[in-house]
Design a protein around this ligand. Structure first.
Ligand code: ZN
Length: 379
């Protein structure tokens, strides 16, 4: 390891610390990362010159005895992030600052075009327009991040297939990077959500987390020791394909009896139709799943999910479960789920299951995590 590497590694460590803790004094930074005050001061001078950090003035409330204690923090406006979240129904293009503050957004339908490449061309065009309209040049960007459901080869920037969007491998990274002229990072949407949770959410305080997303499918991501666990085939955390019985319904993965075949939005609407004779209203307005009429049905679905979740977190020994996805956002649903979960584990703390603040339906800024991770890694 050469000196330049050591310097970059120290810088990366300091920036990660600031990202986790918020504003700190040079002295406290030195204490936290085990460097001398002099070397931290030198590093901060360099980072200030590059505009990567900013000084925030004195520590609030501190008496003016002795030397002033100036806080430094990551400069929120150092660069902007171009976030492209491709989801089954819509694609969200968002420009954020370094901390996820939303500067501009445009939304387009995730349409079945002639080819997926045609659709991605539309996405690039819309992103280019958004940058242009907001006077953001390429050099003001950290890069572009793209998230998509399904398996992703992150190293190659390739989606290996996104159910209901495209069925074959698509080289998203190359296509968008060629169109926009910026570096593009691609990742599965749930893994990116987990990375976002590590950088800006509960992951700052908890080492081991379980992320659970419900709607339209059911998926999860596992955070172990502050890292997203991939598994051998990039398939860790596929809670939707844990089995509830070998004679169950056929799943899109080719197996039978997967959790997803019981509790995906699709499966729920099928069962609502069986029970009420019609599920059109429910399909149009998913918040109706909070209805009295389907209460028993939904409780039964949540019971299956709760049991599976209980088994999963007992293997991993998670600190917390972070839930996201639109079914949990239906009025009252999360509280009901927490109560059902407690029937499987009455010893779990009151706040064991919490809603993600970052992954709510209004956010769609998961790609920011990919770009911040690139930025915070030392090269
Ligand atoms: Zn399956």
């Amino acid at each position: 390891m050469n000196l330049e590497n050591v310097k970059n590694r120290n810088q990366s460590e300091v920036l990660r610390l600031l990202n986790n803790n918020g504003p700190m004094s040079r002295k406290d930074i030195a204490g936290a990362v085990g460097l001398t005050a002099a070397s931290v001061t030198l590093m901060c001078t360099e980072l200030l010159e590059k505009n990567i950090i900013v000084e925030l003035g004195e520590v609030p409330g501190e008496k003016r005895a002795g030397r002033k204690k100036i806080l430094v923090d990551i400069n929120n406006d150092y660069k902007k992030a171009l976030c492209i979240a491709i989801e089954t129904d819509k694609t969200y293009i968002t420009i954020t600052d370094m901390k996820g503050g939303i500067k501009a957004r445009s939304v387009l339908e995730t349409e079945k075009k002639e080819t997926p490449e045609d659709f991605l061309k539309d996405v690039s065009d819309a992103a280019g327009r958004l940058l242009w309209d907001n006077d953001i040049s390429r050099d003001m960007l950290l890069g572009a991040g793209v998230t998509v459901p399904g398996k992703v080869d992150a190293k190659k920037g390739t989606s290996l297939g996104a159910y209901n969007i495209w069925e074959r491998p698509i080289e998203i990274g190359d296509i968008i990077s060629e169109d926009l002229g910026v570096e593009v990072t691609v990742e599965n949407n749930l893994k990116a959500a987990a990375q976002l949770e590590i950088l800006f959410g509960l992951g700052r305080k908890n080492k081991n987390l379980f992320l659970l997303k419900w709607g339209p499918g059911v998926g999860s991501a596992i955070i172990l020791d502050r890292k997203v666990y991939d598994g051998s085939n990039n398939a860790a955390g596929e809670i939707g394909h844990t089995t509830l019985g070998k004679d169950g319904r056929l799943c899109k993965c080719g197996r039978r009896g997967c959790l997803e075949t019981y509790i995906s939005t699709h499966a729920i609407l099928d069962d609502v139709a069986l029970m009420l004779g019609d599920s059109t209203m429910y399909k149009k307005d998913l918040s109706l799943l909070g209805d009295e009429k389907v209460r028993g049905l939904m409780d039964e679905k949540m019971d299956r999910l709760a049991q599976t979740l209980r088994n999963a977190v007992s293997l991993i020994d998670s600190d917390r479960v972070v839930v996201l996805g639109y079914i949990f956002e239906v009025d009252g649903m999360l509280d009901r789920f927490k109560n059902i979960y407690r029937t499987y584990d009455s010893t779990s703390p009151e706040d064991f299951i919490v809603a993600s603040e970052l992954g709510s339906k209004s956010a769609h800024i998961e790609p920011l995590a990919l770009l911040m991770n690139n930025f915070l890694s030392y090269r």
